[in-house]
Design a protein around this ligand. Structure first.
Ligand SMILES: *Cc1c(COP(=O)(O)O)cnc(C)c1O
Length: 414
């Protein structure tokens, strides 16, 4: 029998796992098998340490004080912005806005677009596989302006129908907002093509990169999105952190999202002038420790090498799909040719919650439910799915445990 190797392309997974304290813990007396990375990733010790170091050594507000600690904190916070900028190859670090997460970033853009760039008769395009956070902010924006939300359809494999998308691009469209990778089905969308087609008609594009940034190398100057949003906690950083990338041109055009300290240049009761980028969009004291720890997470990933990570994760995905497909009665929800991260499935008519509960008893963490994509569940006419989502610290042995766990659960439930 072929030896199961977890060292692929120079990524020593057993060694890497030791960087994540939680991976050594037990759940219900069983070693934790964590396949809920699409919901949030675990944190390496360097991220936990970076957050603690800020509070232990230089906790202070940024951009305000002339005193020493404030300057150390400001330098670390701005260095974190540089780290993010170079990670996605942004042309300028002022194009990096620190947010609370993907939801916050999308709301910023939707809110600002709504106030300046949408009117009755306009159209906003999203896709059928969007997360609620890339649906609801646009619904609100459309409702407020009498604009229309249109949805790019998908085929039965869970891939966007590009011909239908092309036909939707008329002069009423004011923005296209689509996800790079589906958090439910793992579909990798052809975002390069989407951006090219939209730009040919001078339509800006927002990319929801919440499920892409941790798996796929992104160069914003090559990809050319107008906006790109992601969450820190899904790329090995802390919760409550995130990034909105925007081009200088668009960020200058948009009005501020929130008012308050730090986002202003001068304030009188008659008139306020706004600060320059990126501060115009960072009202109030930011999550300083979080941004610094997010940068530590990104540096950790860069240290492993995103190409190596990607190659290993692809191999693991192929193995998981191959083994899951062998299970009697298992049906994949979404079977795209190009995929990353998430695998959704159902087994016979077993309810996903029941499956999830029995897997949990075996120490296996998966997500069950609609995964914040209720309209997608309606399209497939299902109440939800069982979703296993992979990271580079998962192993083939863990995939085997998942497969055995699903089989055992099915035998108990059928
Ligand atoms: C998780 C997720 C979001 C929302 O991210 P938050 O961290 O909850 O703000 C948006 N889009 C996709 C595709 C996601 O996976």
């Amino acid at each position: 029998m072929e030896q199961i190797a977890n060292i692929v392309a120079g990524l020593d997974v057993e060694k890497v796992r030791k960087d994540f304290p939680i991976l050594g813990t037990q759940v219900h007396g069983k070693p934790l098998v964590y396949f809920d990375n699409g919901a949030t990733t675990q944190k390496p010790q360097v991220v936990i340490d970076a957050e603690a170091r800020y509070y232990e050594n230089y906790n202070s507000n940024v951009h305000r004080g002339v005193h020493h600690l404030s300057q150390v904190a400001t330098n670390a916070y701005e260095q974190a912005r540089q780290t993010v900028a170079s990670f996605i190859n942004a042309a300028h670090s002022h194009e990096i806005i620190f947010t609370k997460g993907t939801t916050d970033g999308i709301n910023l853009v939707a809110n600002a677009m709504s106030r300046r760039f949408l009117k009755a008769g306009d159209t906003v395009i999203i896709s059928a596989m969007e997360h609620h956070s890339n649906i609801v902010p646009w619904q609100i924006a459309c409702e407020d302006n009498g604009a229309t939300l249109k949805v790019i359809p998908i085929n039965e494999k869970g891939e966007l129908q590009m011909e239908a998308f092309k036909a939707m691009l008329d002069e009423t469209v004011k923005i296209v907002a689509v996800t790079y990778v589906s958090n439910t089905m793992g579909t990798i969308n052809r975002v390069e093509e989407i951006i090219e087609l939209a730009h040919a008609k001078n339509i800006p594009v927002l990319i929801d990169a919440a499920q892409a940034i941790q798996h796929i190398s992104i160069d914003v100057q090559a990809l050319k999105p107008d906006f790109l949003a992601f969450s820190g906690h899904k790329i090995y950083g802390p919760t409550g952190t995130g990034v909105l990338y925007g081009t200088t041109e668009w960020l200058n055009k948009l009005p501020p999202y929130q008012g308050g300290g730090d986002m202003i240049k001068t304030v009188t009761f008659a008139k306020t002038t706004y600060n320059e980028l990126p501060y115009k969009f960072e009202a109030g004291t930011p999550n300083i420790a979080g941004a610094i720890a997010l940068a530590a997470g990104i540096e950790y990933l860069q240290g492993l090498g995103l190409e190596k990570v990607q190659q290993y994760e692809e191999e693991l995905m192929t193995y998981a799909l191959q083994e899951l497909r062998k299970i009697d009665g298992l049906r994949l929800i979404g079977d795209a040719a190009h995929r990353s991260g998430a695998i959704s499935f159902l087994v016979h008519n077993i309810h996903p919650f029941d499956m999830g509960e029995l897997l949990d008893q075996q120490g296996i963490a998966v997500r069950t439910g609609h995964h914040c994509t209720e309209p997608l569940m309606d399209l497939f006419r299902i109440p939800g799915t069982v979703r296993a989502s992979l990271s580079f610290y998962n192993t083939k042995e863990e995939v085997d445990k998942l497969v055995a766990g699903v089989k055992r659960a099915a035998s108990m439930l059928l």
